[in-house]
Structures are given as structure tokens and as C-alpha cells.
Design a protein around this ligand. Structure first.
Ligand SMILES: Nc1ncnc2c1ncn2[C@@H]1O[C@H](COP(=O)(O)OP(=O)(O)OP(=O)(O)O)[C@@H](O)[C@H]1O
Length: 575
């Protein structure tokens, strides 16, 4: 929490103003019972109507000032806490954007969403509470005790015993509740994860009829969270009546002892009335403090989770002095590259060396899980090599600015990612400055024009979240068009033709040939048909290169390639 307090800096003037207002309100609240005692002692008991009116008027003025201060403080504190929430969300989002895939893998998407929404909400709530109570509760408690002492010492002693009971009870309850609040945070995370998986995987769940299983998973997470909430609410429900009971018993005891002291001539009625009100103020402030004791650790857990994200530094960063001494246009060289995913023991890529030149198509083929996409992910520095070097235009990617490297690359990922927006906007992600002709040309090469023109509003057709109103092949073609409109030096097609039928796959590659004739093209594929025309085919097996050459050469020399070809021949009729 303390660490997050720095984000309150822009609101410091408002906070000082809020605290001053609350100070004013508390002074008013502490003063009113004393004035009331005066009215009873001097006005009512002595029948002085004038005194009653003047003191009554003073009380009215104080009550109005106190009320206005309370309302203004409440409004401003809500504004500050909402502002803090906004800044925190911005900071978390900005930091998450700088993450490499390593940090995304480490945190997981669901928890990043929960931390940026639920956890920040907690901080917002507690900030309002702290601002309102941090001054008023202790001031009310200490001021109340001083005022009570000034009225009657033996009665204050009795009040002290009641407060001791109250404090003890609150302490016992807090010890039970605080760990439960920490559990709730974790359980909300889990529920979000299950819900997210269930919603994003709805097609698979229905196709495999695993709805019941998923429902159970959801129910388990939901019930677990509900039970914890119930436990907390049960304790809280028990806590309030007990506190009220202690408070009422204290009032009765104060009145009982007070009436005896009045009868004995040691106290007057006005003082007893003021004392009762101070006793209530003190106990209410104890209650407020106890709420803070419960809420603050809960917000502390949220603050820790937010801090974890804010303090996480991307494992992959730009060098201090970036080398932009790029030589040739678009050459890619892997030099003895090995790679293990963070935390994994076995390397996924072992001693990979190859060169992909401009004007050539380099294809990478291999069985599933052999490390093809991993090679693609190393080029734009989504991950960094464990050993070895990757050179782009003669510059080690680790010594260049990521922006320079990524500007050179048109990346078409294995899973086409589309954003909610129009077809035009989705293609223009590759190059926001592209004009209509460039967007149309890219769509035509990617063989997307035909289906785009089939939409009523053509390029203005709205794509729903995740592209759910398009087919897999359509999504892939828009994804290809997005890379083309960028006109990069290096194209990486990571299994980007897999959802296309053979004819469309062929047509896209044919159209691409002209467009990419000066560029370095790296095609990753599982189908032999997609790679057989490549200038160089790299055969990958369990993270190692087992053959490099043209289709015909590999057919003669590489047993893994022969196996891949023969396994597909029966199905596809590859010659
Ligand atoms: N983020 C990750 N963290 C840990 N391991 C990973 C991660 N991504 C992939 N792997 C592992 O790395 C290996 C290679 O994966 P990769 O995606 O590169 O294979 P691929 O050849 O592209 O497979 P496919 O053709 O099925 O897409 C797999 O064993 C996979 O389990």
C-alpha cells in the first residue's frame, strides 16, 4: 500500500483539503455534546430560554458546517480514489505492454486482468475509507476520551472497561477474517481463469460435449469462492450484533452508574447526556478502526499483487546503445542457436544454424512440437536465445533496438489474431498510414478480396471480437494482408496457410511471389505442398536441423523429410 501511495502525489492538494475538512467535521462532532450539556445544565435546568436559543443557534451553525465538510470530503475523496484507480490501471497496462512473452507466460492473462480490475477496485475502496477515517477515527477516539474525562472520571473508567472488551472482540474477529480475505483474492483469480477458458473455448467444449465437465470445474471454483464469502459474511453478521450488544450494554451501564452519581450529587444531567454521546463516538470510532483493520490487509493483498506487476521488469529490453548498422536488406542468420523456455530444463532448439537471404523463400518443416514456431518467435525477440546469435542484416538482434528489428518484420502468427473493428482497420494494423489502394492490393494478394467484397459494407464490414464472425481461412488471409500492407524486408509466415484449402494456399503463394520477390520470406508449414517450391527447405526434428536443401535433394538425402512426404503422399498426392 505504501509503495502505491506515490501514485497519490498528483492529488496531494486535494488530500490536504479533504483531511482539513474531516478535521473540521470531527471538531464539530466533538463540540456538539458539550454544547448540549450546557443547554441542559444552564438552559433547561435553570429555565433560561435565551441561553437555550443562543446555544441552540450555535449548535445549528456547527452542525451545518460539519455536514457541509462531511459531504464535500466524501465527494472529493471519491474523486481522488477514482483518479488513483485510473492512474494505477494506466500504469499496470503500460507496464504489461512492455512485457516480453516470458512475463506473460509467468503471470498468465487471467490474473493480469483480475489485478487490473478487481484488485485496483479494492485499492479504490480502501483509499476512500482511509481518507475518511484515518483522521476522524483516532481523533474521535482520543478527543472523545479527553472530553469524557473532563465530564466524569469514574464513568470514564467504566467506559474504558467496555472499550477493552470491544477491542478484544474486534481483534479476535479480525484474526479470523483477514486470512479469509486473502483467500478470496486467489479464488476470484481462479474463477476468472476458469470462466475465461470456458468462454474462449466454447466451441471445443460443445464439439466434444464436455459441457458437464466444464460446468463442474466452474461450479467447483464458484462454490469454493461462495463458501469463503459465506464464511466471511457469517463472521461479519455475528460481529455486528455483538458489537451493538457491547455498545448498548455500555450505554445502560453508563446510565445506571451516571444516575447513581447524579443522585449522589457528583454529576449533573447535562454532563451525563454529553458523556453518553462521547461514549458512542468513541465506540463508533473503534468500529471504524476495526473496519480499517479488516479492509486494509485485504487491500494490502491487492496492493502486493499490483506491485508485483508494476515491479516486474521485462526480461527482454533494448540495449543501452542500439546498433543500427544494418547492412544488407532483410538477411536473416541463425548462428548455433539453442533455446530453452524459461523454467524448462530441456532445450527446445539445439544448435540451429541457417541463413535466409533476400529474394529467397526459406521454408521450415517438421513434425508438430519440433520447434518451428519457436524459431519464428526468436526473430522479433519475443524470446531471447539461450546461446548463439541471430543476425538480421548483419546486426545481432540483441544489440539492436527492438523497434528497428520489428519494423523490418511482417509477422503472420500461427493463430490469426483479429481485433474488433472493420476489415480495413484490421488490415491497417500492419501500416496505419496505408491508403485504400494499398489495403485493397494487400487483400487481393492474400486472396481476401473476394470474400471482403461479398460483405454488404465491404472493407467497412465489422469484425466481432476475436474475429468470431469469420472462418479460420478468412482470418488467416486478413492476417496475411496485414503483414503485406507493411511491406517489410522479412516475412515470417508461421503455419499461416494451414486453414486454407490447397487451391487458395497455392493462389496466395503464387501472388506472394511477385510481391515479396525482393524480401526474405520464411514459411513455416506442416504441409509439404506449401514448402516444396521454396529455395531452401530446413527440416526440423526434435529441435535439431536434420536436413537443408531443395525438395528434390531432401527427397534423396533426408530420411525425416522422406517420412513427412510419404506420410502426406497418400493423403494429398504430393509428387
Ligand atoms: N511458452 C512456452 N513455454 C514452454 N514451453 C513451450 C512454450 N511454447 C512452446 N513450448 C514447447 O516448445 C516445443 C516446441 O513448440 P513449437 O510451438 O515451437 O513447435 P512447432 O514445431 O511450431 O509445433 P506445431 O507445428 O504444432 O505448431 C513444444 O514441446 C512446446 O511444448
Amino acid at each position: 500500500m505504501i509503495k502505491l501511495a506515490i501514485y497519490l502525489k498528483p492529488f496531494k492538494l486535494q488530500i490536504v483539503f479533504i483531511l482539513s475538512l474531516i478535521f473540521l467535521q470531527t471538531i464539530g462532532d466533538l463540540f456538539l455534546p458539550t454544547l448540549m450539556a450546557g443547554i441542559i445544565n444552564e438552559g433547561v435546568m435553570k429555565g433560561d430560554t435565551g441561553f437555550i436559543f443562543t446555544t441552540g443557534a450555535q449548535m445549528m451553525v456547527i452542525a451545518v458546517i460539519s455536514g457541509i465538510s462531511a459531504i464535500t470530503a466524501a465527494y472529493l475523496s471519491s474523486k481522488v480514489s477514482v483518479g488513483l484507480g485510473r492512474s494505477l490501471r494506466e500504469m499496470v497496462f503500460e507496464n504489461v505492454e512492455s512485457f516480453s512473452l516470458e512475463e506473460f507466460d509467468l503471470f498468465g492473462t487471467s490474473t493480469l486482468i483480475t489485478r487490473n480490475t478487481n484488485d485496483i477496485n479494492q485499492i479504490q475502496h480502501v483509499t476512500v475509507m482511509i481518507m475518511r477515517m484515518m483522521i476522524s477515527a483516532p481523533m474521535m477516539a482520543v478527543g472523545g476520551v479527553i472530553m469524557a474525562l473532563s465530564r466524569d472520571v469514574p464513568l470514564t473508567g467504566m467506559l474504558g472497561i467496555a472499550i477493552l472488551f470491544l477491542a478484544l472482540f474486534i481483534l479476535i474477529v479480525s484474526r479470523q477474517v483477514i486470512p479469509l480475505f486473502t483467500q478470496i483474492q486467489r479464488k476470484v483469480d481462479k474463477l476468472n481463469r476458469v470462466t475465461r477458458e470456458k468462454l474462449t473455448g466454447v466451441r471445443v467444449i460443445r464439439a466434444f460435449d464436455t459441457g458437464k465437465l466444464e460446468e463442474k470445474r466452474f461450479d467447483d471454483a464458484n462454490t469454493d469462492l461462495t463458501e469463503t464469502y459465506i464464511k466471511v459474511n457469517r463472521i461479519m453478521a455475528f460481529m455486528m450484533p455483538v458489537i451493538m450488544l457491547i455498545m448498548n450494554l455500555s450505554s445502560v451501564s453508563i446510565l445506571w452508574l451516571g444516575s447513581h452519581r447524579i443522585a449522589g450529587g457528583n454529576m449533573n444531567l447535562g454532563d451525563l447526556s454529553a458523556f453518553t454521546q462521547y461514549a458512542m463516538h468513541i465506540m463508533m470510532s473503534m468500529l471504524m478502526l476495526s473496519m480499517m483493520f479488516v479492509m486494509v490487509p485485504r487491500a494490502q493483498a491487492a496492493a502486493n499483487r499490483i506491485n508485483e506487476v508494476l515491479e516486474a521488469r521485462p526480461g527482454i529490453v533494448d540495449p543501452r546503445i542500439a546498433n543500427n548498422n544494418f547492412q544488407k536488406r532483410g538477411s536473416v542468420q541463425f548462428k548455433s542457436v539453442s533455446f530453452s523456455y524459461p523454467g524448462a530444463q530441456n532445450p527446445i532448439l539445439k544448435d540451429i544454424s541457417f541463413c535466409a537471404k533476400p529474394g529467397e523463400v526459406t521454408a521450415i518443416i517438421g513434425s508438430t512440437g519440433s520447434g518451428k514456431s519457436t524459431i519464428a518467435n526468436l526473430l522479433p525477440r519475443f524470446y531471447d536465445t539461450t546461446t548463439g546469435e541471430i543476425l538480421i542484416d548483419g546486426v545481432d538482434v540483441k544489440s539492436a533496438a527492438m523497434r528497428d528489428i520489428r519494423n523490418k518484420i511482417g509477422f503472420v502468427p500461427q493463430k490469426a489474431v483479429l481485433f474488433s473493428g472493420t476489415v480495413r482497420e484490421n488490415i491497417a494494423v500492419g501500416n496505419p498510414e496505408a491508403d485504400t489502394d494499398e489495403i485493397k492490393k494487400a487483400a487481393a494478394i492474400a486472396q481476401a478480396e473476394e470474400f471482403i467484397l461479398g460483405f454488404n459494407d465491404k472493407y467497412e464490414h465489422l469484425i466481432t471480437q476475436g474475429g468470431s464472425n469469420l472462418s479460420g481461412g478468412q482470418k488467416q488471409r486478413l492476417s496475411i494482408a496485414r503483414a503485406l500492407v507493411k511491406r517489410p524486408d522479412i516475412y515470417i509466415f508461421d503455419d499461416s496457410f494451414s486453414a486454407l484449402d490447397f487451391k487458395t494456399d497455392y493462389k496466395v503463394r503464387k501472388a506472394l511471389k511477385d510481391e515479396t520477390k525482393d524480401a526474405t520470406v520464411i514459411i513455416i508449414a506442416q504441409r509439404v505442398g506449401t514448402v516444396m517450391d521454396a529455395d531452401r527447405i530446413i527440416v526440423l526434428d526434435k529441435g535439431k536441423i536434420t536436413g537443408t536443401g531443395k525438395h528434390e535433394d531432401l527427397l534423396k538425402s533426408c530420411s525425416v523429410y522422406q517420412e513427412i512426404v510419404s506420410s502426406q503422399m497418400e493423403k494429398e498426392g504430393v509428387s
